[in-house]
Design a protein around this ligand. Structure first.
Ligand SMILES: Cc1cc2nc3c(=O)[nH]c(=O)nc-3n(C[C@H](O)[C@H](O)[C@H](O)COP(=O)(O)OP(=O)(O)OC[C@H]3O[C@@H](n4cnc5c(N)ncnc54)[C@H](O)[C@@H]3O)c2cc1C
Length: 493
C-alpha cells in the first residue's frame, strides 16, 4: 500500500533517458557531445535554434531588437542555416549523437534540498508542440552567453540590439535587417562586431566609447580605424530618434561636457557591445553553486577541474562557464555615464515599463495605478534601512524583470543601478533568482505533460495541512465537513 500522505514514487518517470544530455549546440556543446559519443555514451544534444519568430520578437534568448528579417518565419530555411553555420553539429550527428534542434531545455532538476523525490535527474524539454521530461546520468550545460544591455533614451524602439544577437543574425541565420550601425563599446567584442558587419557589406557609422581611449587590442583597433570607422571616445548616448521602423538617428554627448553640442549620426541600428553575461539560468535552477567573479564576467558557476560544477554529474563548458572580462568596472562606467546623460524617466524594464525613477523609488509601474502613502514614502534608501538590498525584493516591489523577456534586458543594469545608488559593491548585490521555465512557454505546450493519477489524488492531503487543502469549491458547503471527516481532523478545526 502506498502512503497517501507521501509523494515518494508518485513522480511520472521521464519519457526518455540518455547517459549524457548536452544543452546547447554551439562550439562547446557540440564538441562535448561528440566526445561523449565517441566514448560510447548514448548522448542527446539539444539546442533551441532555430528559434520561433515569436521568441525572437520577445528578445529571447538574445536581444534581437526587432532587426531580424522575415526569413526567420521560414522554419525549414532556418534549420538549414543553423546546421550549415556550425559544422560541429553534423560531426556530432555522424558520431552517433541524437541531435534535437528547435527544442528548448526549459528546466533541469536533480535531487537536493527541497527536492528529494525525483526518480532520476531530468531535464524538461519542449518544442513548438509539446513538452516532455528526459532523464540523464550526466548533464553538460553549454548554454553560451547573452549581451549586457543598458538603458538610454529611446532604447526601447526597434533597432537597438545586442552584439551577440547581431552575431547570431549575421552568421547563424543570415537574417539581419539593418544597414547602418552605431556600435556602443570598443573592447574586443565591439571591434569584432564592427569587422564582422563590414565583412558582410554593412556600414559601421560610428564606434562610441565612454572612456577616453578605445579599449580593445591594438591590432583590432588598427583594423577598424583602417576601415574608416569614425570613433568617438569620451562620448555617451544622450538620446535616439526614430520613426515607424525604429531608430533613425543617435545623438551623442561628450562625457566631460554635457552642455557641449551633440554629435548627430544617422543609423538604423544601435548595437550594444559593452559586454557579455554567462547564460547561467539552468545552472541556477539546478542549484549549482554560483559565484561573482568579475574576471569571468559576473555571476558564473563554481568550477573545479574540467568543467565540473558543485553538483555531481553536472558540468559547464564554453561561455556559460564564464566570459573574458578584462575590466570589471567597464559596464559600470557606461551605466554611470548613461544615467548622467539622460534623466530618471528612461525605461529600465521594457516588459513592465519600469522607469529608472520607479526602480530607485521602489514604486510599481504606472499602469498598476495609484501609489499609497506608505509606498510614496518608500525608496531605496528607506528599504536599505531594513537590511541589505536584495534584488529579488526590489523585483517583487517594482516588477523590474518580471516580464516575458525574463529579465534578460534589465537584470544586470538594475543590479548596477542599485549598487550605484546605494554605494554598495556590485558584488554585494545578491543575484536575483532564476526559476523554471527558463524560456517563455505557451501553456498549450505544457498542458499535455500532466501528472500521474497517484499524484493528482494526493493534492489535498500530502502537505499535511488539511484545512489548507479542502478543495476550494467545497468550502462553505456540506462537503466541507465530509472532507474534514475524510482527513480525520474535524476536532482540530
Ligand atoms: C561578434 C563576435 C565575434 C566573435 N569572434 C570570435 C572569433 O573570431 N573566435 C572565437 O573563438 N570566438 C569568437 N567569438 C566568440 C564565440 O562566438 C563564442 O565564444 C562561442 O560561440 C561560445 O560557444 P558556446 O558553445 O559556449 O556558446 P554558443 O555558441 O552561444 O552556444 C550556446 C547554444 O546554447 C543554446 N541554448 C542556451 N540555453 C538553451 C536552452 N535552455 N535550451 C536550448 N538551447 C539553449 C543557445 O541558443 C546557443 O545556440 C565571437 C563572438 C561574437 C559575438
Amino acid at each position: 500500500m502506498r502512503d497517501p500522505f507521501s509523494i515518494a514514487g508518485k513522480f511520472k518517470p521521464p519519457s526518455q533517458h540518455f547517459d549524457v544530455v548536452v544543452v546547447g549546440a554551439g562550439s562547446a556543446g557540440a564538441a562535448a557531445a561528440t566526445r561523449a559519443a565517441k566514448n560510447g555514451d548514448r548522448v542527446l544534444l539539444v539546442d533551441e535554434n532555430p528559434l520561433s519568430p515569436g521568441l525572437i520578437g520577445l528578445d529571447v534568448p538574445l536581444f534581437f531588437g526587432g532587426r531580424a528579417t522575415a526569413a526567420v518565419q521560414n522554419k525549414g530555411r532556418m534549420l538549414e542555416q543553423v546546421i550549415a553555420a556550425n559544422p560541429l553539429i553534423e560531426a556530432a550527428f555522424e558520431a552517433g549523437v541524437e541531435v534535437m534542434l528547435g527544442t528548448t531545455v526549459w528546466g533541469a532538476f536533480v535531487n537536493g534540498p527541497g527536492l528529494a523525490a525525483l526518480p532520476t535527474p531530468m531535464v524538461g524539454l519542449a518544442d513548438d508542440e509539446r513538452s516532455w521530461l528526459c532523464g540523464f546520468d550526466r548533464l553538460v550545460v553549454a548554454s553560451g552567453a547573452r549581451d549586457l544591455v543598458l538603458s538610454f533614451k529611446g532604447w526601447d524602439q526597434p533597432g537597438v540590439m545586442g552584439a551577440n544577437a547581431m552575431h547570431a543574425l549575421l552568421t547563424r541565420y543570415h537574417a539581419f535587417a539593418g544597414r547602418s550601425i552605431v556600435i556602443l563599446g570598443s573592447g574586443a567584442l565591439a571591434l569584432s562586431t564592427a569587422l564582422l558587419a563590414i565583412e558582410r557589406g554593412l556600414r559601421v557609422a560610428a564606434i562610441v566609447e565612454v572612456r577616453d581611449r578605445l579599449q580593445g587590442p591594438a591590432h583590432l583597433v588598427e583594423r577598424v580605424l583602417a576601415e574608416g570607422v569614425p570613433a568617438y571616445t569620451s562620448h555617451v548616448v544622450a538620446e535616439t530618434h526614430g520613426g515607424l521602423d525604429g531608430v533613425e538617428r543617435i545623438l551623442l554627448a561628450p562625457t566631460n561636457d554635457p552642455d557641449a553640442p551633440r554629435v548627430e549620426i544617422a543609423c538604423d541600428t544601435i548595437c550594444q557591445a559593452i559586454g557579455l553575461v554567462s547564460a547561467i539560468e539552468l545552472l541556477a535552477v539546478l542549484g549549482a553553486a554560483l559565484m561573482y567573479d568579475p574576471a569571468r564576467g559576473g555571476h558564473v558557476p563554481v568550477i573545479a577541474g574540467s568543467g565540473q560544477t558543485s553538483l555531481p554529474g553536472v558540468s559547464a563548458f564554453g561561455d556559460c562557464a564564464g566570459v573574458a572580462a578584462d575590466d570589471p568596472d567597464y559596464g559600470l562606467d557606461w551605466m554611470r555615464a548613461l544615467i548622467a546623460a539622460s534623466g530618471p524617466d528612461v525605461i529600465v524594464c521594457q516588459c513592465e515599463s519600469v522607469s529608472r525613477a520607479a526602480l530607485l523609488g521602489v514604486k510599481h509601474p504606472a499602469y498598476l495605478g495609484a501609489v499609497s502613502k506608505g509606498m510614496a514614502r518608500r525608496d531605496i534608501a528607506s528599504l536599505r534601512e531594513d537590511g541589505p538590498i536584495n534584488q529579488d525584493q526590489v523585483k517583487r516591489l517594482t516588477r523590474t524583470g518580471m516580464g516575458p523577456c525574463q529579465g534578460r534586458r534589465c537584470r544586470e543594469q538594475a543590479a548596477m543601478m542599485l549598487a550605484l545608488s546605494t554605494g554598495d559593491r556590485l558584488a554585494d548585490i545578491p543575484l536575483a533568482s532564476y526559476r523554471a521555465p527558463v524560456r517563455p512557454l505557451p501553456l498549450g505546450v505544457l498542458a499535455d505533460a500532466d501528472e500521474a493519477p497517484e499524484m493528482e489524488a494526493g493534492w489535498d492531503v500530502w502537505f499535511g495541512i488539511p484545512t489548507q487543502w479542502i478543495p476550494y469549491a467545497e468550502i462553505d458547503t456540506d462537503r466541507e465537513a465530509l472532507q474534514l471527516a475524510a482527513l480525520s481532523v474535524g476536532e482540530q478545526v
